[in-house]
Write a protein that binds this ligand. Structure first.
Ligand code: TYD
Ligand code: MG
Length: 451
């Protein structure tokens, strides 16, 4: 077999290959991202031609409409796009210890409970460790198989022999293939092993879940190529000291990418949070200046979130501004709008804005909430407890309409809110909302007058 030996330099961000080190990557233009890795490649393991692969005409292709597999964990299924597609490759990223293995083990438990063969391959924990964790999660059926292995050749053989319907690889950074001479977790290893898993998934119509660790910058370690190769990329996030966890899809070839699933980590694994709004508003202070509730759409689901702002006199030459859970620049822009269009002088004030609960929200519909929270704190005047607001703010201080206004108001109503401040342009779709006082506003100044 032909062998070519060399060391190559790889960009850690985009996977660009080069024979020499470079300061800036020509592929993604990032600086200082090249690492040297020894590469010995044999020709095997490269794309094998599938036998009998002929082009088809569309009419001959049959679609099986019940082809998506539901796990029964609603929050997970929704994020996946109403179930798992056979033959799909799914990447789950997240900080260490956030609960990726636990989540996948629970998903496996559900699938194997439906009598589907499931194979869980771990390169991180021993069989005993996984068993101990599994015991906390409940009983597993006999169609669930566990294996500790990091050699992909062995894994491939096992998969071909057992023919499971679902496979979990925990984690991609521990796997290696003999054809690549660099250590597990390196760019070339990650790329090669993912490529092989892709062939297995597509060739045998097996759904493969890959766990990927996240770097300090918050992206899955290894080249971004990994994200391009897989069908679905999910991130599992949450704050370490809080018990809730959020599953978010950032790429999905089979569904929407805006859906989130909310979970709570408990003694016996993850439980679903069916009503995230109530969960997010837990512990909201009464009659506090600078606190307001907004409604943000996460995918198809409205979620109520508390926004808090603290504005105080600055003792620095350049006032301090801080935004947690939302875009810092957006907060600065909204404060500039307040200064220019409403005449509230914030240039000598420090301002801190926080999305309570640790959720990250970048929807423009929360603009009005941020602005009103800032003004409320600045004037030290609290707002009604049963008030909720939403609306996008334009640079001239106008309130622009947002989508799905009705769903937002209905969600607020469900949780007992009585007054709703909305963009005037959304008023048309909001007739017959009994028991809810709806105020349409055209400009920021109008909205501020309500405080
Ligand atoms: P784990 O799934 O191992 O995280 P990851 O695979 O992302 O590294 O999660 C481990 C954490 O979850 C650990 O801190 C213990 C906690 N945990 C619970 O609180 N309850 C449980 O039932 C389980 C299984 C784990
Ligand atoms: Mg793990």
């Amino acid at each position: 077999m032909a062998k070519s030996k060399s060391t190559l330099f790889f960009c850690q961000v985009c996977g660009y290959e080069s024979v020499k080190w470079m300061g800036q990557c020509p592929g993604c233009k990032e600086w200082n991202t090249f690492v040297e890795e020894p590469v010995i490649k044999t020709n095997h393991g490269k794309t094998k031609a599938l036998s009998n692969n002929e082009p088809s005409i569309l009419e001959d292709i049959e679609i099986n409409h019940t082809y998506k597999c539901l796990s029964g964990i609603e929050e997970f299924d929704r994020v996946m796009g109403e179930g798992v597609v056979p033959g799909s490759l799914v990447l789950i990223g997240g900080d260490p210890g956030i609960g990726k293995s636990t989540l996948l083990l629970q998903v496996c438990r559900k699938f194997s409970g439906h009598n589907d063969k499931v194979l869980y391959i771990s390169g991180e924990e021993s069989l005993q460790q996984i068993k101990m964790r599994a015991d906390r999660l409940g009983e597993f059926s006999d169609t669930f198989f566990l294996m500790c292995e990091t050699n992909l050749t062995v894994i491939e053989e096992t998969i071909r022999k057992y023919k499971p319907k679902f496979v979990v690889i925990d984690s991609i950074q521990t796997m290696y293939h003999e054809s690549v001479n660099s250590s597990p977790g390196s760019v070339s290893q990650v790329r090669e092993t993912t490529g092989i898993l892709m062939q297995i998934a597509k060739g045998l119509q097996i759904s493969v879940f890959i766990v990927g660790h996240v770097t300090k910058e918050g992206v899955v370690a290894g080249p971004r190529v990994l994200e391009h190769m897989v069908d679905t990329v999910l991130y599992f996030e949450g704050e370490r000291h809080a018990s809730y966890r959020i599953l978010r899809s950032v790429k999905n070839r089979f569904g929407s990418t805006h859906e989130i699933g909310v979970f709570q980590m408990e003694e016996n694994g993850l439980t679903e949070v069916k009503n995230p709004s109530a969960y997010m508003l837990k512990g909201k202070p009464k009659d506090a200046a600078g606190s307001i509730v907004v409604c943000s759409m996460e995918g198809t689901r409205p979620i109520l979130i508390e926004i808090q702002a603290l504005v105080c006199r600055s003792f620095f030459q350049i006032p301090r501004r801080q935004a947690t859970g939302t875009d810092y620049n957006r907060v600065n822009l909204l404060m500039a709008v307040l200064e220019k269009r409403v005449g509230i002088h914030l240039s000598d004030c420090d301002a801190y804005v926080n999305i309570v609960g640790g959720l990250k929200v970048n929807e423009p519909a929360i603009d009005l909430g941020i602005t009103m929270a800032v003004v409320s704190s600045y004037k030290n005047r609290s707002m009604e407890d049963t008030l909720i607001v939403f609306g996008e703010i334009g640079l001239s201080g106008e309130i622009r309409p947002v989508n799905m206004a009705k769903q937002r108001v209905l969600e607020a109503k469900k949780l007992g809110f009585k007054t709703c401040v909305v963009p005037d342009a959304c008023m048309e779709g909001l007739t017959d909302m009994k028991g809810m006082k709806i105020i349409g506003v055209k400009t920021v100044a109008e909205a501020i007058a309500i405080i």
